[in-house]
Design a protein around this ligand. Structure first.
Ligand code: CA
Length: 220
């Protein structure tokens, strides 16, 4: 899962980026409004954390531009405490949720998980398939109750496929949602991660659809 963070307060931005990466997200972070708009307009994100007061282009304008261009990714806005009108304006401009500063990082993570689940049509914090359970809250995976240790990239691949289970995910799409923008991407490594995941899970829940991509099939 890949998240865009647009926040200009240096300390908060660094802290949030660390928190998001620690929670297993690929993170693109910028402190500039124009750049934030451009990234959200051109890169596929699973969710966006958007501050409202930003240099060069404010958060509400960014949001309106994205929505009028048909960019539908979930967006959570960060507002100043007590600024109720910002919340109203933000939600009306197309935000899916808001958080008033200051907030606990855990609350942001919980809201992000909920937004990402909802936008992928997953209702529960645990996603299960054939004995494999991915807990989105703890970023842990078990097979028949036995914990499986995954690297952060392996987890990102499995998490994306399980959030989109029942659908064939092309390798290019997987690549775009597993790596941050500044990462040296190589779509061949996805195949390596898939191979390792199959070995570690010990059950073959990830099917290769030749020429198309990968799928975690809904059981039954
Ligand atoms: Ca700001």
């Amino acid at each position: 899962m890949r998240v865009l963070l647009v926040e200009d307060e240096a300390r908060l931005a660094d802290q949030l980026a660390d928190t998001l990466r620690g929670a297993g997200y690929a993170v693109d972070a910028t402190r500039d409004g124009e750049e934030g708009w451009f990234l959200g307009d051109t890169e596929p994100y699973d969710a966006v954390v958007l501050d409202l007061g930003l240099p060069s282009l404010d958060g509400i304008s960014i949001l309106r531009k994205w929505r009028s261009a048909g960019r539908a990714m979930p967006v959570i806005i960060l507002t100043a405490r007590g600024a109720w009108s910002d919340k109203v304006t933000g939600l009306d401009a197309g935000a899916d949720d808001y958080l008033a500063k200051p907030f606990q990082p855990e609350e942001l993570l919980a809201r992000l998980r909920a937004l990402i689940r909802r936008s992928s049509g997953v209702a529960t914090p645990e996603i299960a398939c054939d004995g494999v359970v991915l807990d989105t809250k703890t970023a842990k995976v078990t097979v028949d109750g036995r914990p499986v240790m995954l690297t952060s990239h392996e987890f990102k691949v499995l998490s994306y496929l399980m959030h989109h289970k029942g659908r064939v995910v092309p390798r290019t799409e997987l690549t775009e949602h597993v790596y941050a923008q500044d990462f040296d991407r190589d779509s061949n490594t996805i195949e390596v991660f898939i191979g390792r995941l199959r070995r570690k899970l010990g059950v073959d829940i990830i099917k290769t659809v030749r020429g198309l991509g990968y799928i975690v099939e809904e059981p039954g």
